[in-house]
Structure formats: C-alpha cells, structure tokens
Design a protein around this ligand. Structure first.
Ligand SMILES: *[C@@H]1O[C@H](CO)[C@@H](O)[C@H](O)[C@H]1NC(C)=O
Ligand SMILES: *[C@@H]1O[C@H](CO)[C@@H](O)[C@H](O)[C@H]1NC(C)=O
Ligand SMILES: *[C@@H]1O[C@H](CO)[C@@H](O)[C@H](O)[C@H]1NC(C)=O
Length: 345
C-alpha cells in the first residue's frame, strides 16, 4: 500500500518529455493553482505546441482506465476543521450548491460542471449532473491537532463518521467527504506546491473506502501560492493581486481548489479511471491539466481572459447570489481546457 509522502508537484519548468514523466504528484492529487511563473516556461513547454489554447495538445494522453466515476447523485459532506466564521462557510456552501443550480445566468458554475459531466464510465454512464450539499460536521476544537498528516486527515474523517453526536452519514455510493481546514492548520506538504488533494479512505483506518478531498485556507500560510491571483508570491515584485469576488482572498482562493478536487474526485474517485501519465500512483488528472487557466488564451504565466465586475473584482463564472473565479478543466472530447466563459463557444 502506497501512502503519500511524495506529494509535491515540482515547478513546471522541465522540457516536455521529462515533464510528463516527472511532473505528477502522488497517490492523491496535489497541485498549486498559480500558473507557471518562472521565466520562459509555458504550458506549451510542458504539453507541446498549443493549438487552440495553450494547454491544448495531442501530446496529452488522458486515458480511461476502466474504473468507476461518480455517476450517482453526488452528495458533498463537509467537515469544517478549526474555527470557521459563518460568512466563510456561506461562500463555500453556495459555490457547491451552484454546481447543479439551474437558472443562473451565463457563464455559470453549472456550465463549468458540464465539462466534468462529459466523462463516462465503461457502461457509458456520465458523471452525475447533480451535486448537492450533504451534512456538515464542525470539528472546531481541532480533534487531531493543528498539524495534520495525510494519514491523520483520514483519522479526522473517521472521527466525523463515528462520533456519537450527529455523525456524518457513511455513504460510499453518493458521498464525497470534503475536509476544509482553517488558516491556522498546517497539513503535510501544504504550501509546498500543494493546496489540496483527493484520494479515498483506507478501510484499515476509516472502516470504509470513501472518496475524500482536503483543501486548506491558505490565508496565513501561503496565500501567494494557494490563493493566487488574489494574493501573489513575494518573489514576484510588481505583480498586483486581483480583487476577490467575495472579498476574502483565502476563501475565494479555496473555491477554485475545491472545484479542482471535486472534478477529479468525480472523474477518478478510486485512482483507476480518468488520468494521464504512465503510473497510476502519479496521476495527472482532468483539473491538473488546466492549472492556472481561467479563460480564453490562458497558459504559461497568463491566466486567460477573465471578467471584471463593477466593483473591480475579478471572476469568471456566476453562481447562486455570487460570482467565483474557478480554473478550467480538461475537455477530453475536444482535447483542450474549457470553461463556461470561453469566448468562442
Ligand atoms: C527567456 O526569454 C527572454 C525573452 O524572450 C530571452 O531573452 C532569454 O534568452 C530567454 N532565456 C532562456 C534561458 O531561454
Ligand atoms: C437524483 O436526484 C434527482 C433530483 O433530485 C432525483 O430525481 C433522483 O431520484 C435521484 N437519483 C437517485 C438514484 O437518488
Ligand atoms: C455524456 O458524455 C458524452 C461523452 O463524453 C458527451 O458527449 C455527452 O454530452 C455527455 N452527456 C451529458 C448529459 O453530459
């Protein structure tokens, strides 16, 4: 059984061929949302010649490996670890509810999810259109401390499903478990190019195989990495952070990471369905392929064309009552990254 450890995604500077061998992360997915900011590196260095958008290429061989995808109605059960103000919870809940909301104007979060829905299992069933909020658990006294490892993340989930008062339901068919940590919680590899990861729980620890993801609020530890472009890394002088659509760089940054992880949980829940790369222990998944791309033209160090609101905030899609900035995902039908705010679709 392979456990975590080498979850870091190296900075994407390698030449194309080397990159596909060395780039990917771990059994779980690990990523950073900020684009490839080093001089002279671009998505086309990694993925070959760009065609329509950077990040598009026939060189990317995303494959289906015959495992299940989440075709049943998806229910997201959330664990709030540490202190979570109501206003922050609300932004995240409304984002998740927006994934299958109808009647939201374009470009919508539900429109973004439509690209994820295009992935199917071996019977031809699509990923579910329905993603709904499930139950929630507050772990406000840090049951496993303020410094979590990949394994203790599973223990936090175990506690949430086995606590005596209002445990989260055990729901291997429809449930995905989302552990969200407050800004004062450090997690193994967090900020080391890792802003979130997903995998499934081990029966030996949790008692069940449940798809889960962890995403941390990076506001204190590394906003320049994990809340980019609402915060920028210190080592890039002169680069200005953009104004976050919900006024909270840490949480607005988390939204895109949560989206990334849910998309990959849906398309590769047991690490044997949709991914690129040779080694199932080091998958490159549907959101990994589009990191840092938020709009048409995105790739390299450019985020692509986004939208600006009257109040100067930047976003690329609308949800229930709010706007969000979310990275694009790989569309395997057309073989490039797509999103609802694409200019020519
Ligand atoms: C990087 O790009 C700049 C400007 O295009 C160029 O002058 C420089 O030689 C490049 N450096 C390398 C290592 O390719
Ligand atoms: C999924 O959700 C839809 C809409 O709420 C509902 O009609 C349907 O019965 C659900 N399917 C299952 C298998 O629970
Ligand atoms: C299901 O997936 C197929 C193949 O990717 C796609 O063409 C179709 O539009 C998808 N259907 C829905 C409802 O998303």
């Amino acid at each position: 059984m392979r456990l975590s450890g080498d979850v870091r995604r190296p900075v994407l500077l390698l030449p194309a061929v080397l990159a596909l061998v060395l780039l990917p992360a771990a059994p779980a997915d690990a990523w950073r949302p900020w684009p490839h900011l080093k001089p002279n590196a671009s998505a086309s260095d990694i993925f070959g010649q760009s065609k329509k958008y950077e990040g598009s290429s026939e060189f990317v061989k995303l494959k289906y490996h015959m495992g299940p995808v989440l075709t049943a109605n998806i229910t997201v059960h959330t664990i709030w670890y540490g202190v979570w103000p109501k206003a922050q919870k609300k932004v995240i809940r409304e984002f998740i509810s927006s994934l299958s909301a109808t009647g939201v104007k374009r470009p919508s979060v539900a429109g973004w999810w439509r690209t994820v829905q295009m992935y199917t299992d071996q019977t031809g069933d699509n990923i579910s259109q329905i993603v709904r909020l499930g139950q929630e658990k507050n772990d406000r006294f840090y049951s496993h401390g303020k410094s979590l490892t990949r394994l203790s993340v599973q223990s936090v989930i175990k506690s949430a499903i086995s606590t005596r008062t209002r445990p989260l339901p055990i729901d291997p068919k429809n449930g995905v478990y989302l552990l969200l940590t407050a800004p004062d919680v450090s997690v193994q590899d967090f900020c080391n190019n890792v802003c979130g990861f997903h995998y499934f729980t081990f029966p030996s620890i949790v008692g069940y195989t449940l798809p889960y993801a962890w995403v941390g609020n990076s506001a204190k530890l590394c906003p320049g990495q994990c809340a980019y472009p609402f915060a920028v890394p210190d080592y890039i002088p002169g680069l200005k952070p953009l104004k976050a659509p919900n006024g909270d760089a840490g949480v607005d940054g988390m939204v895109s990471v949560i989206a990334h992880e849910i998309a990959e949980l849906a398309s590769n829940p047991l690490a044997n369905a949709w991914y690129a790369g040779q080694d199932p222990s080091f998958p490159v998944e549907i959101a990994d392929l589009c990191e840092g791309i938020y709009g048409t033209g995105g790739g390299g160090s450019y985020t692509g064309q986004m939208l600006e609101d009257g109040d100067g905030t930047t976003y690329n899609m609308k949800g229930i009552r709010r706007k969000f900035l979310v990275q694009w995902v790989w569309n395997h039908v057309v073989s490039y990254c797509t999103g609802p705010n694409a200019l020519d679709q």
